[in-house]
Design a protein around this ligand. Sequence first.
Ligand code: 5AD
Length: 343
Amino acid sequence: MENILNKAESSHSLTKEHIISLLSTSEFDNTIFNIANNVRKKYIGDKIHLRGLIEFSNICPNTCFYCGLRGENTSIKRFTLSKDLIIKSAKNAAKYGYKTIVLQSGESKVISDEELCSIISEIKKLDMAITLSIGEKTEEEYKSYKEAGADRFLLRIETTDKELYKKYHPKMNFENRVNCLKILKQLGYEVGTGCLVGLPEQTVKSLADDILFFKEIGADMVGLGPFIPCPHTPLENTGIKNHFVLALKVMAITRILLPDINIPATTAMESLQKGGAFLALNSGANVIMPNVSLYEERENYQIYPNKFIASNDVKTYRENLETELAKIGRFVSKDKGFRAENK
Ligand code: 5AD
């Protein structure tokens, strides 16, 4: 297996059987993490891309079994940020050197497409890239956001196990989600996808399928996080196990197979294990997505409990981050961080 891994460092390929074997034992974990780190260093270098995240609404019609924002959860306060606050937050982030804004929300249409497009074009005037993470829309809608200036889109497949997908997303349709990813690619977005790691009943075989799916769909970005049971959801009492290492491993294998893509050290990793984001940065990740919203209600965006919430002070967080990154030989990139630039 060590041999196979060493070959994969330059061939960037592994069979499904090999991936399953690697996910089934902890014997090769350190080798996997080291190789993923080497691949990241070779293709991307030591720069880190910061993506300034604005969670602008937590209103969602879907009922995903794992997610705290699910429509049927009446225990959270729902909010939608005003256009003014979104723009103000983006301007503030620009001041501290952010080159990308990620606009994320639940899947409800809380603001009209017209308003969203005008927010996109306002932010583009700041010379920033824009990533949307707002769920499944029609081709026309995706097209209009693209024309307004959106550059990238995040839409996690969550799991490629169709049975499990159906079970945990009663109101949704797997084929439609895959189709959305294909449309986004065709429209010229840089496309991000990803999955949850450690969902009840999820198998290592299906995780191997997830990784191969990222490659097949041509993902430019892959976000992976451990499943964290969330109160007021159907899965709240499941999963006593901590899936941090498994998530890290799925991420590292993804890096080995997709050497030049952008991979974030996700908030779920940091939430589950303090210092988890930095471990991820040393195991294949090259992106951090700090929250840059200028509002006091971040605690209402609780996708899962104890979600790591960075300091509300964008400036202090940014300065501290720089210092911490320097300690592991990394630095914040000054460019927009498109995948194309990694090639
Ligand atoms: N644990 C970890 N990640 C979660 N997400 C939703 N609920 C949870 C949870 N309980 C992830 C989903 C979604 C992303 C925004 O958050 O993968 O795509």
